[in-house]
Design a protein around this ligand. Structure first.
Ligand SMILES: *[C@@H]1O[C@H](CO)[C@@H](O)[C@H](O)[C@H]1NC(C)=O
Length: 263
């Protein structure tokens, strides 16, 4: 606890508030908890998120078992595609994604006035996201049968999107939490560049051709992949945000406004 606070102080963040989670563990939160149903709530969340993403994405929050977001490490991700130009099974291993510490939180909209529903939309912009790791694919991209295994990296620039969170209340040990049930996002990408070795097993020339095809037609391929990728984004991101939402009781995370505003 002391170590974390010292670190946060070094980072120049003045954490005067904390939340208490199970076992009496105190978690430093942001400057001032944002009061749900207050007129300032969305602005407060935007500022708090900007602060947290910018400063804490490099260190994580150990009390919440929240690891770093920059880089974001994903040990294994398996996706099955059955689209027009892409079909097959892709396994990604030891994926590192870098760039989220530079995220700009553009706008926040929320619905918190129904005790049985939580809704939040967060518009974001990231100038550059680089993902690298190991891949294995059995399937095809357009007319290329891809039975490859190798290393890859993807650089996406000018990434914009909206994280759309939907949640419902759950009670654990007599405390009320707001569990996020769905986190959907369909990022738009300004430019995308893919490097992948050995797309077509042991055929460097054809691998080169397939990769050139991917980079030439990335827009079409990305659009086709997006519905499938969306499921993966949901799985990964929902698990991340629930480390906060299922650990910090709702009334501590977003305390109700003293005088609820009349909508
Ligand atoms: C991606 O991989 C290629 C080939 O190994 C390498 O030349 C390039 O620098 C890598 N790009 C990034 C952004 O890591």
């Amino acid at each position: 606890m002391k170590r974390v606070l010292a670190l946060l102080t070094i980072l120049g963040i003045n954490f005067v508030h904390s939340a208490t989670i199970k076992g009496g563990i105190e978690v430093p939160t942001y400057l001032e908890p944002c009061q749900r149903n207050s007129p300032e709530f969305n602005k407060c969340i935007r500022n708090a998120l900007q602060l947290l993403m910018g400063k804490l994405s490099k260190t994580g929050i150990p009390e919440l078992e929240l690891e770093t977001l920059d880089p974001l490490k994903i040990a294994e991700l398996i996706m099955t595609y059955d689209g027009g130009d892409i079909a097959g099974k892709v396994t990604l291993l030891d994926t590192y994604t870098r760039g989220f510490s530079a995220v700009k939180i553009i706008d926040v909209r929320s619905k918190t006035d129904d005790p049985n529903f939580f809704g939040m939309e967060i518009d974001f912009y990231v100038p550059r996201v680089v993902t690298n790791g190991i891949y294995k694919m059995d399937g095809r991209i357009a007319k290329f049968p891809i039975n490859g295994k190798g290393i890859y990296n993807i650089t996406a620039t000018e990434v914009t999107g909206t994280w759309n969170l939907i949640g419902s209340p759950v009670t654990k040990d007599g405390e009320k939490f707001m569990r996020i049930d769905r986190l959907s996002v369909r990022p738009e990408v300004g430019n995308l560049k893919v490097h992948a070795s050995n797309l077509i097993n042991d055929n460097p020339e054809l691998s080169q051709v397939a990769l050139a095809f991917v980079n030439r037609f990335w827009k079409v391929l990305y659009q086709e992949m997006l519905p499938y990728a969306e499921e993966s984004f949901d799985k990964i991101l929902r698990q991340l945000v629930n480390k906060v939402f299922l650990k910090i009781p709702y009334d501590q995370l977003f305390p109700p406004a003293q005088t609820p505003s009349v909508v």
